[in-house]
Design a protein around this ligand. Structure first.
Ligand code: ADP
Ligand code: MG
Length: 518
């Protein structure tokens, strides 16, 4: 059969094409419908379609299942009735009804509710009312209400906030400095202790390079970070390293640092816990000093003991020979021998003092009167007018329990050193002062002072720069002061000269007085 075409009438082929097109259109719509239906029922939010008069036209599977309803009993009823039955919040009476508002404004309305469900549990609900505008229609006839239960999500946010708060309070009460840097060494976290230790405020350092706190000249922290990023092998992570850091005022100080590393998505954070070990270092040094003193002490005690008898013999026989000799030249030589023997005997005596385990004889004493004695002795031992001694003694000084004879020896040593340092005479000033934690005595002179690099050695036994010095005076003094639980330090006086400070603790008063009673 031939395909005929008549004027004005569509041919069969055209009709067929038309039908095929319509079928395809219907299929497309069915597909779309199915797709929407799947979304409508598959989504985890509760959805309700209502009209302007609160009539429910449809509800999705989640809503129906959650409230044990079925579609037929829901459709056609009022939305507020269903809400009341299911215990969902509804504000139809007040003007908070989202449908009211969406109807009035023609715009989407979003509301968050806090309410108690039928089980008495507090729930957070987020509700969105969408006006649905059909194409070609002026009025909005339908609305889609999407309700999402955000209880879990809100709870999680609450938990995160609480843990953040906890974290912040740990950070801010920690005594160690805690700071974080990003991959580019920029500071991203800086706690209170860090502010205190480094002297910078948080605002001042945020975003700045770590180099402002740990100068690269001392330890290339960049190197560690780079190596870590390259190999992902924590060469320093988890270990403690010692570095030098710098405070805002430029002061450098030793730190101990441990690192931890966190990679979140592509963000890298390196957190450092930093301990200021200035005080720790000082204690270490003191301990070392004590150890050294103890070790040297043993050897020296032995030598001193061995020297005592031969010296006595040499001295004794030399005196006897001196009595029998008339030759002037020989007499001068014998006098020289006796002089040297006397010096050595003094040294042996000092050595004995130095190596002795000090058993202090405590009694209540006034440090001022100890100092007055010392001033008297020192004044008498030197030609009048050569040295001037100025004493500023705190009249309110309390008596402390100590061994005044041993302390006298300390002050005598320091005074002698000061006078020896001023061969042509000068002024020695002594101050005593009551402190809340004890008594402080400062003795200063106008000599050349002690060079910085010698300062760290002068308390070592046998360290001397004097031709006939023993190098034991300060070592003995140090030992006596330490035995009292106090501290002996030396410094360069700003105006030239040396200044020695003796600090005796007040707590000693109690600790020691007990021993005294024994
Ligand atoms: N007042 C002072 N001024 C300058 N240097 C000092 C002073 N006191 C101590 N010193 C230095 O400390 C060193 C050690 O002192 P010390 O232990 O008393 O031994 P000695 O007096 O036998 O040398 C001295 O040799 C000197 O270099
Ligand atoms: Mg001396």
């Amino acid at each position: 059969m031939a395909d005929e075409s008549h004027e004005g009438k569509p041919s069969r082929a055209e009709l067929l094409r038309d039908v095929q097109e319509k079928t395809r259109e219907i299929e497309r719509l069915q597909m779309q419908n199915l797709f929407l239906k799947t979304v409508f029922d598959g989504i985890s939010e509760e959805i309700m379609i209502v009209d302007r008069d609160f009539n429910v036209l449809d509800a999705n599977r989640v809503l129906l299942e959650r409230h044990r309803l079925d579609r037929d009993t829901v459709t056609g009823r009022k939305c507020h009735e269903i809400k009341r039955e299911t215990g969902a919040p509804c504000h139809i009476i007040e003007n908070g009804c989202p449908l009211h508002r969406a109807r009035d404004t023609g715009k989407m309305v979003e509301i968050n509710y806090q309410h108690q469900d039928s089980g008495g549990e507090n729930r957070s609900l987020s509700l969105i009312m969408y006006p649905i505008k059909l194409p070609g229609e002026g009025d909005i006839r339908y609305f889609m209400e999407i309700a999402r239960d955000e209880t879990r999500y809100r709870k999680l946010i609450g938990q995160i906030k609480a843990s953040q708060k906890r974290f912040r309070s740990i950070l801010d009460t920690a005594t160690n400095a805690i700071l974080s840097i990003d991959e580019d060494h920029r500071i991203t976290l800086f706690n209170n202790a860090a502010e205190r230790i480094f002297g910078y405020s948080r605002e001042e350092v945020m975003g700045r390079d770590l180099g402002c706190l740990i100068p690269e000249s001392y330890g290339d922290h960049k190197k560690y970070v780079k190596r870590f990023l390259e190999y992902r092998k924590p060469s320093v992570i988890g270990r403690t390293i010692r570095l030098t850091a710098q405070r805002k005022n430029g002061e450098e100080f030793p730190i101990e640092l441990s690192l931890s590393f966190l990679e979140l998505e592509s963000d890298i954070t390196i957190t450092a816990i930093i301990r200021d070990i200035t005080e720790h270092r000082r204690m270490e040094k003191m301990l070392l000093q004590n150890e050294r003193l103890a070790a040297v002490g043993e050897a020296v005690a032995h030598v001193a003991h061995e020297l005592k008898n031969p010296l006595m013999i040499i001295g004794g026989f030399t005196s006897q020979i001196r009595n029998a000799v008339r030759d002037k030249k020989i007499l001068t030589k014998l006098d020289m021998i006796l002089d040297e023997v006397a010096r050595l005997e003094r040294l042996v005596l000092e050595l004995g003092d130095f190596t002795k385990e000090y058993r202090l004889l405590y009694r209540p004493a006034d440090i001022n009167s100890v100092l007055r004695d010392v001033v008297k002795v020192m004044g008498a031992a030197h030609p009048a007018g050569k040295y001037t001694i100025i004493a500023n003694l705190d009249p309110a000084l309390e008596e402390i329990s100590c061994d005044p004879d041993k302390l006298k020896q300390v002050f005598l040593n320091i005074f002698s050193n000061g006078m020896e340092a001023m061969a042509d005479g000068g002024v020695i000033t002594v101050n005593s002062e009551g402190r809340p934690d004890g008594v402080e005595v400062r003795i200063s002179d106008q000599g050349p002072g002690i060079p910085e690099k010698e300062l760290q050695h002068i308390f070592e036994p046998f360290y001397t720069t004097r031709e006939r010095g023993s190098g034991l005076g300060l070592a003995i003094s140090y030992k006596i002061v330490r035995a009292h639980g106090g501290e002996l330090t030396a410094a360069r006086r700003p105006g030239g000269g040396a200044m020695f400070t003796v600090q005796l603790p007040l707590s000693l008063k109690f600790a020691a007085s007990k021993e005294y009673q024994k």
